[in-house]
Design a protein around this ligand. Structure first.
Ligand code: URA
Length: 435
């Protein structure tokens, strides 16, 4: 088999066989296929696409390119959740402890944040001493004992994705549904869960249009089903940040408020929708009404919050901040950003807020960069709110006044004002998957 023939076939819009896809992935990983040929094939896939069978074959080949984690040592159904990434998306911090408090086994492998979206591994770093690099035995032991464990992705997981993603990033081939679906699902499947709930974001803070979100949701659930797993994808709005807080410690504080039964309405609702799917797929509730009843009880009786503390302690962390959020990292400087005009907020651009938070120190531009756990933005107004001139739109937090003034203008541009109250945006835009 020759790589040139595979490139030509895809360039000419013909489907690749399972053997050809396997040949490509093995050659990519063992270094026998040069980057220029991989790049050419990625561009051919970008233009010609892949059908459902090819996408499943690509995912399977990628999944087996490295370590495949065996979670059979964990009793019961293992559930994982994945979000395609957004601004202020702290749902994993709430969902994990919440569904674990209901008895579902949560075995979660998370990534670090990149660019304007945050990562769960970074958020847990606010609990001092917390180990997010658990070895396999401890990970399995903790899920069995505590009901939940969260760890960073192993470096040996899906090496094919690392190579392909790096090339997609510099060849203009990121936004292709089969390539995104295989990249996400190969990592999720290699992580070993039986049940996967996918949160597919659409809007300015995500990389999806409503149409591409639907195609991606369909493709990812199809892959899971073909690989013998259960999966549901929920399409959710990420045009404005989720909740009010953006930045690691600020988001943890908001997640703790939600686990206490309070928290912002949109965050609470998305968590209840996703957690209901997790309970239903794991067989802990027969319908959404029953699932919600169980979940609301765990939020109100303190068991969900206790589960977060148990998770932190089991991974060597100091859980005192779970019960006293004043102990979370605090920024030395803060600035209230005041509105110059009066009017309705017609939009809070999630991407711009994410980028401003990154400037404040909350995110990293390159893998090597360190982050300031205390930095970020807390919105005071969201889409649909009325603001008077002089009222506070957002509070910026950072390590110095200079850093804050550097991000002030950008934060301001995220807020668009008008004279008419905008129509309410739907939070949940669709659901794809079967039980
Ligand atoms: N996240 C991934 O892991 N891969 C993609 O291609 C896009 C988002």
């Amino acid at each position: 088999m020759r790589m040139i023939d595979i490139i030509l076939k895809k360039r000419n819009d013909l489907p690749l066989s399972s053997e050809e896809i396997h040949f490509f992935i093995s050659g990519l990983v063992d270094g026998s296929i040069p980057d220029y040929q991989t790049s050419a094939l990625l561009m051919a896939i970008y233009f010609q696409g892949m059908d459902a069978r090819e996408t499943v074959d690509l995912t399977r080949a990628m999944m087996y390119s490295g370590e495949v984690i065996d979670l059979s040592g964990i009793e019961g159904v293992k559930v994982d959740k994945h979000s395609t990434g957004g601004v202020g998306d702290k749902t994993s911090l709430v969902l994990g402890p919440l569904v674990a408090a209901c008895g579902v086994k949560v075995a979660k492998m998370s990534g670090r944040g990149m660019g304007h979206t945050g990562g769960t591994v970074d958020k847990f770093a606010v609990f001092s001493g917390m180990n997010m690099e658990l070895n396999r035995e401890t990970f399995i032991e903790n899920v069995n004992r505590v009901g939940i464990a969260i760890t960073g992705q192993s470096a040996q997981l899906v090496p094919a994705d690392k190579k392909i993603y790096a090339l997609r990033d510099v060849t203009g081939t990121v936004e292709q549904v089969s390539l995104i679906a295989s990249s996400i699902m190969s990592k999720k499947l290699a992580s070993g869960a039986d049940v996967i709930v996918l949160d597919v974001k659409t809007g300015s803070g995500s990389f999806n249009t409503p149409e591409s979100a639907r195609l991606l949701a369909q493709s990812m659930t199809e892959i899971a089903i073909n690989m013998g797993k259960k999966a549901v994808a929920i399409i959710t709005d990420m045009d404005q940040p989720l909740g009010y807080a953006v930045g690691n410690a600020l988001e943890v504080k908001e997640a703790i408020e939600t686990l206490r039964g309070g928290g912002p309405e949109d965050l609470r609702e998305i968590c209840l929708v996703l957690a209901s799917e997790m309970l239903r797929l794991a067989g802990f509730a027969s319908d959404e009404i029953t699932a919600r009843k169980i979940l609301e009880e765990k939020l109100h009786n303190g068991e969900a919050l206790q589960k977060l503390a148990a998770l932190v302690i089991a991974q060597g962390g100091d859980a005192s901040a779970v019960f006293d959020t004043a102990q979370l990292p605090q920024a030395a400087f803060s600035l209230p950003l005041k509105s110059r005009e009066s009017g309705y907020i017609t939009r809070v651009n999630a991407r711009t807020i994410g980028e401003a938070a990154m400037q404040l120190g909350a995110g990293r531009k390159t893998k090597e960069e360190s982050i300031d756990l205390a930095a970020g933005i807390v919105l005071q107004k969201k889409t649909g709110d009325y603001v008077e001139a002089g009222e506070i739109l957002a509070i910026l937090h950072a390590a110095s006044a200079e850093i804050i003034s550097g991000a002030e203008a950008m934060t301001r541009t995220a807020f668009e004002l008008g004279t008419k109250k905008p129509e309410e945006q739907k939070l949940v835009l669709g659901r794809v998957g079967i039980y």
